[in-house]
Design a protein around this ligand. Structure first.
Ligand SMILES: [Zn+2]
Length: 267
């Protein structure tokens, strides 16, 4: 058994709730610039709705079969839309590059008639900072079924789906920034993909991520996880991910992602 949702939460796929991203208090427009939208067979926006008591989160993962620059098969960029009990958008978080999460707050949503989420540049990262030049597209909404998640998780190469603990729990600690990220321009977004950083930002802004996090057992330094090699226990046949981590202070420790309980374990 592979855990694809935190116990106690419910999954649904109601297209009526999705309503092509027309919500009572805002409309979300999907656009693209300097890249194409996902449109090949098997590509699209995979979605599922997670319910935790009165709260709902629409998890969306933009999936491409290939990213050309830098090249790798499988490319995933998430954004999550959180709804209140009247199905109004409470806030949005999106993958602002390298799976860091950026908050679009309730105040920003209420100040505008609509929100543009633009797939921008060749790495297919997302931004809400572009309002001109980009082109709209009609997304293909594909239900994100548990089988699909398992398939993505069990890919043993670099571009496996990196969302694990924060996919099974969209309210997990370390995911939702407390305040909107301070950013003046798109330089913020470019900063992530260039080999040389063009400016530094406050540490506060970098703390929140869609990826799994681990904390060094010796100095508590946080590391975010990328690819983790896939293993299978020969005795039980169970799959797990395991990786040796070296923290910023050069401490080494072994971590494992346990698919059965959806948790990171320290070995
Ligand atoms: Zn350490």
């Amino acid at each position: 058994m592979i855990c694809t949702i935190k116990p106690g939460y419910k999954i649904s796929y109601e297209k009526a709730l999705l309503n092509n991203f027309n919500f009572p208090n805002t409309k979300i427009n999907l656009r693209y610039l300097l890249c194409g939208p996902p449109k090949s067979h098997g590509e699209g926006i995979f979605y599922r709705i997670i319910q935790k008591k009165e709260q709902k989160c629409i998890q969306c993962i933009i999936f491409y079969k290939i990213q050309r620059f830098p090249y790798h098969p499988h490319d995933y960029h998430p954004f999550y839309i959180y709804l209140d009990d009247d199905n109004r958008v409470e806030f949005i978080i999106l993958d602002d590059g390298h799976h860091f999460s950026k908050l679009i707050s309730k105040r920003e949503i209420e100040n505008k008639k609509s929100i543009n989420i633009t797939i921008f540049l060749l790495d297919h990262g997302l931004t809400d900072q572009i309002n001109r030049f980009s082109k709209p597209f009609k997304p293909k909404f594909v239900p994100l079924l548990p089988e699909q998640i398992k398939k993505w998780w069990l890919i043993n190469n670099m571009a496996q789906l990196k969302l694990r603990t924060k996919l099974i729990d969209p309210w997990a600690p370390g995911l939702i920034p407390k305040v909107p990220t301070q950013k003046k321009s798109l330089l913020y977004r470019l900063n992530y993909i260039l080999p040389t950083k063009i400016f530094t930002f406050a540490e506060e802004n970098q703390r929140f991520t869609f990826r799994d996090e681990v904390f060094c057992p010796y100095c508590k330094t946080m590391e975010t996880l990328d690819f983790m090699p896939l293993h299978q226990d020969p005795a039980t046949g169970k799959y797990f991910l395991q990786k040796q981590v070296t923290c910023k202070n050069s401490h080494r420790y072994l971590i494992q992602y346990n698919f059965e309980n959806g948790q990171i374990e320290y070995r």
